[in-house]
Design a protein around this ligand. Sequence first.
Ligand SMILES: Cc1ncc(COP(=O)(O)O)c(C=O)c1O
Length: 449
Amino acid sequence: MAEERFRKEETLEMRQRLIGQSCRLFYSEDPVKIVKARGQYMFDENGKRYLDCISNVQHVGHCHPAITKAATAQMDLLNANSRFLHDNIVLYADRLAATLPKKLSVFYFVNSGSEANDLALRLAEQYTRHEDVVVLDHAYHGHLKSLIDISPYKFRKLAGQKEWVHVAPLPDTYRGIYREEHPNPGQAYADTVKHLIEEINKKGQKIAAFFAESLPSVGGQIILPQGYFSKVAEHVRSAGGVFVADEVQTGFGRTGTHFWAFQLQGEDFCPDIVTMGKPMGNGHPLACVATTVEIARAFTANGVEYFNTFGGTPVSCAIGLAVLDVIEKEDLRGNAVRVGAHLKDLLKKLQQRHEIIGDVRGVGLFVGLELVIDRRTKTPATKTAAWVVKRLKEEDQIFVSTDGPWESVLKFKPPMCFSMEDAELVVGCIDRILTDMEAKNLKLENEDI
Ligand SMILES: Cc1ncc(COP(=O)(O)O)c(C=O)c1O
């Protein structure tokens, strides 16, 4: 077992005293102290094993030996900034280019998803010479000031909406304004963006960019309707803006069938800018912006150097390359297809037995289970979702968390080595908890707990 420096209570006391309290803990009432991890499992200070269903950053598995080896070997040799010529950065950019449409052939390496999105904003503004941004409702694009401004999930709780930011409806076909029964929800939701752009132009403003996650995560593990991105891209480009696909959560094969989630929208769709982060370095701070030659050229034309101290160092790129190798060697995309389908299938079967499960959706290892008080009204079962999360942790040592505007969606974004047995275990435990709740006739939303 890993050596512990402080007892759990001491660590907690120091944490409360020394670390800003806006940096929250999971399970704040009874936090878990984790001292080591491997694959899809995490271990507490007593050696108790937890199944991790949510760490999409540790993409190829916690502490994967191939990643540790690549990092330490490069660290032992050289870690300088990217102003010196080095093979790793070009090798890595070349490997990333091979996963993307040809048009996206220029790369900027940064340290976090937020930095990537902030740079995407600058690229878009510089290229279009416009200022306004259209984002999806409930979106989150990062913690920098510039990104809080374009994240309704955050700005609604803070300073509010800036006049250059415009919010389009979330294309949620389960509970949004156009639902499954609509003949063409992709087109209908794209039209809402078209109308928004018309309104913006009427005010004499012009859009620089449309930002969207290829699969909205904080929005509630949403699967976008087919055709949506292509149609939106048409409207955005004809208004002189660019299309930014935020792949910070969803890239690097999480969907299984495709390396990038935007590719689910069809072969003919290509964003102008793609931002990536979380899974890229398997926990090492590594993120990136990919764009076109034209946009990169416009950014260069301002004559100002773009320098990022830690972006694209030989160590970061060695780690990034190792992550790509493991995804391929261990067929993690194939695993995401197989295990993701099994997980979804088991959850769908569960839905037939438990009224409270309103919707099961997902692709690959990006899956959501939405709980509702009433299937007809779709009132979110927020407290029940929190209750299930708590019991899974306490009774089964399983980490799951919630997402969505009402925190009513149980989300699954596990490390990509998640197995069939893991899927069966977590679904079996959810089944037991819901069955128990029903047997006791607990009405959690009415404060029965
Ligand atoms: C979709 C999306 N974009 C951007 C970010 C910001 O990334 P980071 O926390 O690495 O700055 C996040 C983080 O949760 C995210 O979910």
